[in-house]
Unconditional design. Structure first.
Length: 164
C-alpha cells in the first residue's frame, strides 16, 4: 500500500523547495478539496510543528525584550525615556495578546523566563555598556511583576503616571 502522499511527493517536494508560497497555496487547496492522497503530508506535518515552535519563540523573544528594557529602566535611571516606556508597554501588550490568541502558551511563560532573563541581560548590557556584574545572574523579577502594567523597577520616575 502506498503512503498517503507517495503519488505527488516528488512534485510537492520540488515545489516545497523552490517556491514555498506556491506550495502552501497548493496544500491549502488540496486540504479544502479533501484530496488526501495528493497532500505532501511529511512537509505539512513539519510546517505545523514549526508554527508551534515559532509561537513559543515569539513569546520568549518578547519576554526577553521586555526584561531587557526593565533592566535598563532599573539600572540607568538617568537615561529613562518615553521610548523605553513605550517598548515596555508594547511588549506587555503583545505578550498578553499572544497568550490570549494561544492560551496553551501560558504555562510556557514560567519555563521561558530563565532563558528570556539571560537574553534580557545581554540586551541591557549591549545597549547600556554596563558590565555583566551589574546585573544579578538569577531572575530578580517575578513573572507577575514583569507582566504587570504598574511594575517599573527601581526608583519612581516622572515618566510613569501612578495608578490611582
Amino acid at each position: 500500500m502506498a503512503s498517503p502522499n507517495s503519488e505527488v511527493a516528488p512534485e510537492s517536494d520540488s515545489l516545497y523547495e523552490s517556491d514555498f508560497y506556491a506550495w502552501t497555496q497548493r496544500q491549502s487547496l488540496l486540504l479544502r478539496n479533501q484530496q488526501w492522497q495528493q497532500i505532501d503530508l511529511v512537509n505539512v506535518i513539519e510546517e505545523i510543528e514549526s508554527l508551534g515552535r515559532q509561537q513559543r519563540q515569539e513569546l520568549r523573544n518578547r519576554l526577553a525584550v521586555l526584561i531587557g528594557h526593565l533592566l535598563k529602566w532599573e539600572y540607568q535611571r538617568e537615561k529613562r525615556s518615553r521610548s523605553w516606556l513605550a517598548t515596555i508597554s508594547i511588549q506587555r501588550l503583545d505578550i498578553s495578546e499572544l497568550i490570549a490568541d494561544n492560551p496553551s502558551l501560558k504555562p510556557y511563560l514560567s519555563e521561558a523566563l530563565e532563558t528570556a532573563y539571560r537574553k534580557g541581560i545581554m540586551l541591557a548590557m549591549k545597549e547600556t555598556d554596563l558590565p555583566q556584574k551589574t546585573f544579578l545572574t538569577g531572575v530578580t523579577y517575578s513573572l507577575e511583576a514583569i507582566l504587570s502594567e504598574s511594575f517599573y523597577p527601581g526608583e519612581a520616575s516622572g515618566l510613569v503616571e501612578p495608578n490611582l
